[in-house]
Design a protein around this ligand. Structure first.
Ligand code: PXG
Length: 442
């Protein structure tokens, strides 16, 4: 290191922070130094209620003993094993545990290290699957407006969040988008799934008519769109998407990076809505956010299409150095065990009505133009300040932090997704603080 470039204490300049207003943050940093249960502790010693499970990932809450111990033990026992042409028991155990947890058609698990990688993996499997079956012309990918599928090139191509796409060139070719399902004029303040909008799935028929089904590999959607600000599927919408994709031989991928692992009160949204896609992508809650890990769940039909040809040949030319990493696998196993042992998915399901009432109690507060909810997810949409979109919600985020509450905002929408271990008392605390914030918001 050059002597004139020595770091000084509290120098924040080197770390280029992700999805952050870097210059603003570094002028007034918000730092967490520890976490336990439902609370973070800030650098200045305040306990902050975690209204967002980190970034939708710490579904079991923080500092959970089983997970901590499993990680500590695994690091000393087997820190790393090559992921290609070698194995170790924990990755197989975790794949089995995931299969046991998932709805019936999902028999196989491909490990990744994040939601973004799970998406890339699923899109590649979709295209290669058709090719393996002699339908190599099926290469088109269909996403949806306002969809979030991570930040890699495939994900932003099928994704529909404008700012995540427009700075990054031409993206993948051969991609189309379904319309989003946000119809506030008809569905505002709906509790749970909205009544209107199932027919928006029929737009897929137009895309099929335009290009021909034999050019389309897959449709990818979030069963409930999280990052864009919590857009729930209209009643009947997912069923229609499933019916149309099936009829045309198009694979359906549910991106369950947010909806997986109990967020809606069941293992996956596929189970919650009883609509079975062909693949599920997940990450986040898989390891409670403790160690990065993601996964793609597939059916026998997809997996078996690859298991052809000479047995010494690699069947899928895809994978990551850390696919099924031992420490991540240990964290995943302990996380699934914690969910099961503590009945956390059941807790989320049984608290959902109380949560729903609490979220909708904010109706009528200044600037609130819509409220949406499902499972342990809530969204409060605020009227944007004219000429300064996102500013009002971001101010709410800053004010909430001052009141020792962590929320997330996207655009002018506040999104809430607490750890599934939350209690009624903590729900009251969360909404008590948030209503104070909203009452005083300019
Ligand atoms: N798909 C979906 C549906 C997601 O929600 C990803 C893919 C990408 O996952 P990784 O692990 O690569 O970040 C996500 C991630 C928010 C927020 O505040 C949401 C995500 C990430 C960070 C913040 O809404 N979703």
């Amino acid at each position: 290191m050059a002597s004139d470039r020595k770091s000084v204490p509290n120098d924040l300049s080197a770390f280029w922070m992700p999805f952050t207003a870097n210059r603003q943050f570094k002028k007034a940093p918000r730092m967490f130094v520890s976490a336990d249960g439902m609370y973070y502790t800030t650098a200045d010693g305040r306990k902050v209620l975690d209204g967002t499970a980190g970034l939708w990932c710490c579904n079991a809450g923080h500092n959970r003993p089983r997970i901590t111990e499993a990680v500590q033990k695994q690091v000393t026992e087997l820190d790393y094993a090559p992921a290609f042409q070698m194995g170790h028991p924990k990755a197989f155990e975790l794949a089995n545990a995931l299969r046991d947890m998932a709805p019936e058609p999902f028999e196989h698990v491909f490990f990744t290290n994040s939601g973004s990688e799970s998406v890339e993996t699923a899109l590649k499997i979709a295209i290669a699957y058709h090719r393996a079956r002699g339908e190599g012309s099926r290469t088109r990918l269909i996403g949806r407006e306002r969809g979030y599928h991570g930040v890699n090139f495939g994900g932003i191509s099928v994704g529909g969040i404008v700012n995540n796409r427009r700075h990054f060139g031409t993206l993948l070719t051969g991609v189309d988008h379904l319309p989003h399902t946000h119809l506030p004029e008809k569905n505002a303040f709906t509790r749970g799934q909205p009544e209107h909008g199932a027919e928006l799935a029929d737009e897929l028929e137009d895309i099929v008519a335009l290009h021909g089904a034999d050019t389309i590999a897959a449709v990818i959607v979030e069963p409930m769109a999280g990052s864009t600000g919590v857009l729930l599927p209209p009643k009947g919408y997912l069923e229609r998407l499933r019916e149309i994709t099936k009829r045309h031989g198009i694979l359906l991928i549910f991106d369950e990076v947010i909806t997986g692992f109990g967020r809606l009160g069941s293992s996956f949204a596929a189970e919650h809505f009883n609509v079975m896609p062909d693949m599920i992508t997940c990450a986040k809650g898989l390891t409670n956010g403790v160690i990065p890990m993601g996964a793609v769940l597939t059916t026998d039909a997809i997996h078996d299409a690859f298991m052809q040809g000479p047995e010494h040949m690699i069947e899928l030319f895809h994978g990551y150095t850390y696919s099924g990493n031992p420490v991540a696998s240990a964290a995943g196993l302990a996380t699934l065990e914690t969910y099961r042992e503590e009945g956390l998915f059941e807790n989320a399901a049984s608290l959902a009505p109380y949560w729903e009432d609490a979220v909708h109690s904010l109706k009528g507060l200044p600037h609130v133009i819509d409220i949406r909810n499902m499972g342990l997810i809530g969204a409060i949409e605020l009227e944007p300040i004219e000429g300064a979109p996102t500013k009002r919600a971001f101010q709410a985020f800053l004010d909430a932090y001052e009141k020792d509450l962590l929320i997330r905002t996207t655009g002018d929408i506040i999104a809430l997704s607490p750890p599934l271990m939350i209690s009624k008392g903590e729900i009251d605390e969360l909404f008590g603080k948030l209503s104070e914030v909203l009452k005083n918001l300019e």
